[in-house]
Design a protein around this ligand. Structure first.
Ligand code: PEP
Length: 252
């Protein structure tokens, strides 16, 4: 019912040439992956070149962020969501913890980005997740539920169809310490419940919830066994085509 999504976030890595080379290396390795949607998110500057070279393949392209305003205008340094569509992106990641931590993005700003992205016809991968301190204090569910409400409150049912939630505990991102399959499944179940209670009861059953945080070829199978785990968002291990392909082809 919920087709899994395996998405690679390349963060601020790779030149245009390196991005195209990795995308072309990945293409044949995942050509038979019909069990999931395959998505890669290169840097802004490489989006068009990568999207052009992947046209007609089963790999879709995502941006890593977008402007909080929908229209073009005097917004130095920003890239509008419709401009991302224009260069071939069909998804955008918003609210990544690195944007929240290093660039001061609040739920309010992220909510504006979600609106702008939906308005441009993009699918949104909304990242949520708690810090280690918040987990140690036992408030991880409240934190994530608050982020969901703050970023998605007020959206219509048809908007919610284009929302994907990525649960990315901050303590697991780039640390090599992934959540265990049990920890991830427990949180995904609670996120689905919180989504049903606070956002949309009918939408919750269809919502795809991805796990992110130190996903590797050797832990993907366990993570994907969780009933509420509908795919993964992969950082470091997506930079190499061979390693990302192993994650995509976890079912082989
Ligand atoms: C990420 O940044 O979205 C991520 C999950 O990174 P990593 O896989 O490297 O932990």
């Amino acid at each position: 019912m919920r087709k899994p999504i395996i998405a690679g976030n390349w963060k601020m890595y790779k030149t245009v040439g390196d991005s195209v080379a990795t995308a072309l290396a990945l293409k044949p390795l995942v050509a038979n992956a019909n069990h999931c949607e395959v998505v890669i998110a290169p840097v802004f500057t490489a989006l068009k070149s990568v999207a052009d070279r992947l046209e007609g393949s089963n790999i879709k392209v995502s941006a890593q962020d977008c402007a909080p305003v929908a229209e073009e205008g005097a917004q130095t340094g920003e890239v509008a969501a419709f401009m991302l569509r224009d260069v071939g992106a069909s998804y955008v990641i918003v609210g990544h913890s690195e944007r929240r931590q290093f660039y001061g993005e609040t739920d309010q700003i992220i909510a504006q980005k979600v609106q702008a992205a939906l308005g441009a016809g993009l699918q949104v991968i909304l990242c949520v997740g708690e810090s280690l301190d918040q987990r140690n204090r036992g408030i991880e569910v409240q934190v994530v539920a608050g982020q969901l409400r703050g970023c998605l409150g007020g959206l219509t049912a048809s908007d919610l169809d284009r929302i994907i939630v990525a649960y990315e505990p901050i303590w697991a991102i780039g640390t090599g310490i992934a959540a265990t399959p049990e920890q991830a499944q427990e949180m995904h179940g609670l996120i689905r419940q919180a989504f049903a209670e606070k956002i949309s009861e009918t939408g919750a059953a269809h919502l795809r919830i991805l796990y992110g945080g130190s996903v590797k070829p050797d832990n993907i199978r366990g993570l994907m066994s969780g009933a509420d785990i509908d795919g993964v968002l992969v950082g470091g291990a997506s930079l190499d085509a061979g390693s990302f392909a192993k994650i995509v082809n976890y079912n082989e």
